[in-house]
Design a protein around this ligand. Structure first.
Ligand SMILES: Nc1ncnc2c1ncn2[C@@H]1O[C@H](COP(=O)(O)OP(=O)(O)OP(=O)(O)O)[C@@H](O)[C@H]1O
Ligand SMILES: [Mg+2]
Length: 297
């Protein structure tokens, strides 16, 4: 079984379904509510575990009730949490999310406080076949990419806005989101934006563009792999699931275009269900989806 270490953010979201967005300082009643685990790295780790990989999460939490909730959920998903750092007196990150009848979201995010700024502990991560890092903690991401390079394994960055170029220098692969790439380059044409970075970064580069699929640079040429058309119910966490699936395929030795195809499938299936990462499919479901789609085309 291929092992992927995923470094970055793990959070918990308190989601309230309301008729109208709260705008006044008074008491409101929710129609429905749920507690959903989230965070780029945690979502990707869940995807890797569900898709048949060995997922080790390297995240920073506090020693609080939120951390208990986050960790219990990850354990249920078979994510290895031995390597999660819990800072004494620290507060873990959580969000309160209102979703109105039209599906619009209002998010109040607390990024946590008192979390460790040290990166030395990351040196001790176990042997693995790939490392994936989100860039919400640039120093941590940079350290993880340094470790991947030293160990000679793929080091993949999920390039979300804002991007610190330092954290990308040792990455073998950077998979940007549209927002991340446009913010970094100031260029709205994604193909041009990738080309702009080609000479500045030594890494293999791609960008995910939601329903428009994925653009990537292969031998100096821009290539495109479309997303799968599905009945979309919820895109929350699609990018994280995509990155988890992509990293797992690289860890297993797949070529990048095949990894993109597989990740597009896993993310598309996720979009067909409500509930963020809880809609992430397992390996068999993803394989059957790909087989049926190929047979139909
Ligand atoms: N509506 C959709 N239908 C089918 N596939 C989708 C859809 N939205 C996303 N995907 C798949 O998921 C991949 C990643 O999505 P996207 O580019 O939106 O990530 P993102 O911008 O990082 O967003 P986030 O991390 O907030 O989910 C896409 O390249 C595509 O393969
Ligand atoms: Mg994303």
């Amino acid at each position: 079984m291929a092992r992927v270490i995923v470094a970055g953010v793990a959070v918990v979201d308190f989601v309230f379904n309301v008729d109208d967005m709260p705008v006044r300082p008074e008491k409101y009643r929710a129609k429905d509510a749920m507690i959903v685990g989230g965070g780029c790295a945690a979502n990707a780790a869940v995807a890797i575990a569900r898709l048949g990989g060995d997922a080790v999460l390297a995240a920073r939490l506090g020693e609080d009730q939120m951390a208990d909730l986050i960790l219990a959920d990850l354990q249920r998903e078979n994510v290895d949490i031995e390597f999660v750092h819990q800072a004494k007196g620290g507060c873990s990150s959580f969000s309160s999310i209102y979703v109105d009848a039209a599906g619009e979201r209002q998010i109040m995010n607390f990024r946590g406080s008192g979390l460790t700024r040290e990166t030395d502990w990351l040196e001790e991560v176990p042997q693995a076949d790939a490392i994936l890092a989100d860039n919400r903690w640039p120093d941590g991401a940079a350290k993880m990419m340094e470790i991947a390079r030293k160990r000679g394994i793929p080091g993949i960055i999920d390039g979300e806005d804002p991007i610190d170029l330092e954290s990308l220098t040792n990455a073998s692969h950077v998979a940007f989101s549209r927002q991340g790439l446009v913010a970094l380059t100031g260029e709205n044409d994604l193909a041009k934006a990738l080309k702009m970075l080609e000479s500045n970064l030594p890494s293999w580069l791609c960008v995910t563009d939601g329903l428009a699929g994925v653009y990537f640079l292969q031998n100096g040429k821009i290539e495109h792999i479309p997303a799968f058309k599905v009945d979309v119910k919820d895109t929350l966490g699609a990018g994280d699931i995509w990155h988890g699936a992509f990293a797992l395929c690289l860890a297993e030795g797949a070529a990048e275009p095949d990894a993109i195809e597989f990740a597009n499938a896993a993310a598309a299936i996720k979009c067909t269900q409500y509930g963020g990462r809880s809609g992430c499919p397992d390996r068999l479901t993803t394989k059957i989806f790909l087989k049926e789609i190929t047979q139909c085309s």
